[in-house]
Design a protein around this ligand. Structure first.
Ligand code: ADP
Ligand code: MG
Length: 694
């Protein structure tokens, strides 16, 4: 006898809609309950055809008076219905015999569709229909965001089940004063009532209040969401505060004082203030977790170096990790110049290093002989062993992912201890983002540039005036200045029609005889890149044509002109970073944004907005604010947010009040009602809050 075929047990196999639910992240009852409609349909009323206006989506009940297949202009089912007030023609281009049966003359139907006018009177294309009669729902019908394979009807039922099963008990403590310009959303608008309402609103609701999310039910949800975010970050911060880190306190005549005395400049007031904020953190026995924001050229490196001096003086190692080899090598030479005279050994770690050099460096790091380690991602590789890492500095932190920051932190050898972390960025984070997504960090701001800088003048110039720009380069060179020319791509791409760096390099070499024009792009071998950079840094090379490899941190004060080709293709913060390469010395500097319009077309509106912003302001914070406006937080946050939930309901540009409220009340709730706080976080973030801890 043949064996019965083996079939997977039905209880384990997921149906297509179940899989689709997973895909949408709707795993838990609460996730379903929080999956809110995109819009609503009003099936609560029957409208008379006479009262239906063109363009309205309406529900009517009418009797079929004719039902015919015609072939003009193409095969279709034409049905006429009459509801005693008027008649309407229904058109179906795809239909089955079952349709014809349901739409037979004499049948009374409940129809729903968009009404259009026309010569022959009202029409509806492909209305939905069922037999007339039956109860009318008391609430609007939700239409949910969904994916293929997950029909609305299935999703609606799943959401109702989710709503019924989810634990929606109150987590906001009754004593929490709200102090908001809205009625208290507790009581009438508790979470359950708010969700019930938003899924199934009564037909008398103001659609505007639902759409602009000003309805009390929406306010309640946004409050809860923002509070969860604040609570989770505050928890992460407090957990970190319980960990130990070495106490680092500067000695009166120690390395910190020595470096300060040896610097060829005095610190700006902002550098001093930030230095003190960092010093206060380092002196505590809990790990520092500080973000240092400072516009390009604000002088972050020396602040980091001074912090490192305190650590090294106390006998701990420090690490400085940068996202690109060029940047890391610039840091390395600068720091060697500052620190070796003080008797400090600096090690260098990078992926492109020769094996022999690398082995030597690894030994220096492991023995502790190298007090400072500078490098790229190579620093966090597994085989890199520190003797005692006390302070880790990450430059251009937004270029690194969560895992990389965690890996660097993990280089501390002692159990139960963490190194102090200083994260630096030239992309200032707008205030609302800093208050929300970065609430677990302490933030220091370098809001002052070193003296003697002249602001960069920015001009937007059409690519058709390229020749004038080349002339301008000649003028700068004749004054002994240097020039950057940045291109977006290194290879000809027909589709985008971008001039490539190689071609520009050749053109400029021809146009500027007797001038050394260099080329730098990301696909060059590292040694070659370094050779080119050295020639430019030392002033031998007049013009450097490059792709965006120079975007971050490169520091050549003698460069006074930055030309960005196809500037319309760059993001706003990228443009600002590039512009920051000039204006670093006392000479008046300029930035030329060359734009091309393919086939003489027009620039897109967002491209124009970006270029306009560049001309209008040099202020990194203003740039960041506009960038956020143009791009929205998702992209802006980049690596920090990988995997962590973005705010779904609250909108940081309009809900600042609510954000401030949540920020003020999170500590209070965590102190006085820790159990409610934990439940609240779990409800809103599930397992996702871990991501916030890096
Ligand atoms: P960024 O904040 O962009 O990393 P850097 O640390 O590279 O800026 O500093 C830019 C330049 O300014 C460097 O050449 C640095 O040595 C110089 N610099 C830093 N602080 C001062 C200061 N207080 N006075 C004068 N020059 C300074
Ligand atoms: Mg820098």
């Amino acid at each position: 006898m043949p064996l019965p075929p083996v079939t997977p047990t039905p209880s384990k196999a997921l149906s297509a809609p179940q899989k689709a639910l997973r895909k949408l992240g709707l795993d838990r009852d609460i996730d379903l309950a929080l999956h809110l409609p995109l819009r609503y349909e009003d099936e609560t009323r029957i409208v008379k055809l006479r009262d239906a206006r063109e363009g309205d989506t309406v529900q009517v009940e009418a009797t079929v008076t004719s039902c015919d297949i015609t072939f003009k202009p193409r095969r279709q089912l034409l049905v006429t219905v009459d509801d005693a007030s008027d008649t309407c023609v229904l058109r179906f281009f795809s239909f089955y015999p079952a349709h014809q049966k349901a739409l037979a003359v004499g049948n009374r139907l409940r129809l729903r569709g968009e009404v259009r006018g026309g010569f022959g009177g009202l029409t509806m294309m492909h209305p939905t229909f069922k037999a007339a009669g039956g109860e009318l729902p008391g609430a609007l019908t939700p239409v949910y965001p969904t994916v293929a394979g997950l029909p609305q009807t299935y999703l609606r039922r799943a959401v109702i089940t989710g709503l019924n099963h989810a634990d929606l008990t109150e987590t906001l403590p009754p004593a929490l004063p709200l102090g908001l310009p809205w009625p208290d959303p507790r009581g009438a608008w508790d979470l359950r009532a708010s969700l019930q309402f938003l899924h199934h609103p009564t037909p008398d609701v103001s659609m505007a209040a639902l759409e602009d999310r000003s309805h009390p039910a929406w306010i309640r949800l946004k409050l809860e969401e923002l509070l969860a975010q604040q609570l989770s970050q505050l928890t992460a911060k407090r957990e970190r505060d319980r960990l130990r880190a070495p106490r680092l306190v500067p000695r009166p005549e120690g390395l910190h004082a020595q470096l300060l005395a040896a610097l060829p400049f005095t610190l700006t007031a902002a550098q001093q203030r930030v230095g003190e904020e960092i010093a206060a953190d380092l002196a505590r026995a809990a790990p520092m977790h500080r973000l240092l924001q400072g516009d390009v050229g604000a002088g972050k490196t020396v602040v980091a170096a001074l912090a490192a001096m305190v650590g090294i003086d106390a006998g701990w190692q420090c690490a400085l990790m940068a996202p690109t080899e060029i940047l890391a090598s610039q840091h390395f030479s600068k720091l060697v110049g500052w620190l070796e005279p003080l008797g400090i050994k600096v090690a260098w770690l990078t992926g492109s290093q020769k094996k022999k050099e690398r082995t030597t460096m690894l030994a220096l790091v492991a023995s502790g002989e190298a007090a400072l380690v500078v490098g790229t991602h190579a620093i966090i590789q597994e085989h890199v062993q520190f003797k005692n890492l006390g302070l880790a500095v990450i430059d251009e932190q937004h270029r690194f992912g969560v895992a990389q920051r965690l890996a660097l932190r993990g280089k501390m050898q002692e159990d139960g201890m963490e190194p102090h972390m200083l994260m630096m960025t030239a992309t200032p984070i707008p205030r609302t983002l800093a208050m929300s997504y970065y609430a677990d960090l302490d933030v220091s701001v370098l809001d002052e540039l070193p003296p003697g800088r002249t602001p960069v003048v920015t001009k937007v110039v059409s690519d058709s005036r390229r020749d004038e720009v080349v002339e301008r380069i000649g003028a700068q060179l004749s004054q002994g200045r240097q020039v950057y020319w940045v291109c977006p791509l290194i290879e000809e791409s027909e589709a985008l029609d971008l001039t490539n760096a190689t071609q520009t390099h050749a053109d400029l070499s021809d146009a500027l005889p007797g001038v050394m024009v260099g080329l730098l792009h990301s696909r060059m071998p590292v040694a070659e890149k370094k050779a080119v950079m050295d020639l430019f840094t030392s002033g031998v090379m007049g013009v450097l044509v490059s792709t965006t490899v120079i975007e971050v941190g490169v520091d050549v004060p003698n460069a006074s002109l930055m030309v960005i080709e196809h500037a319309e293709r760059f993001g706003l913060s990228q443009l600002h970073q590039l512009r920051g390469r000039v204006g670093r010395g006392a000479a008046a500097s300029a930035c030329v944004l060359l734009y091309g319009t393919p086939d003489g077309g027009r620039l897109s509106e967002t491209a124009r907005e970006r270029l306009r912003a560049m001309v209008e302001t040099n202020d990194g914070f203003e740039i960041a604010r506009r960038d956020l406006e143009i791009r929205g937080p998702g992209e802006f946050l980049g690596a920090r947010q990988s995997g962590a939930p973005l705010l779904r309901f609250a909108d940081l540009s309009t809900d600042t009040h609510l954000l401030e409220w949540a920020k003020a009340w999170a500590p209070n709730m965590l102190d006085r009602h820790p159990h409610l706080a934990i439940r609240h976080i779990a409800r809103w973030l599930g397992g996702k809050s871990e991501y916030l801890k890096a």
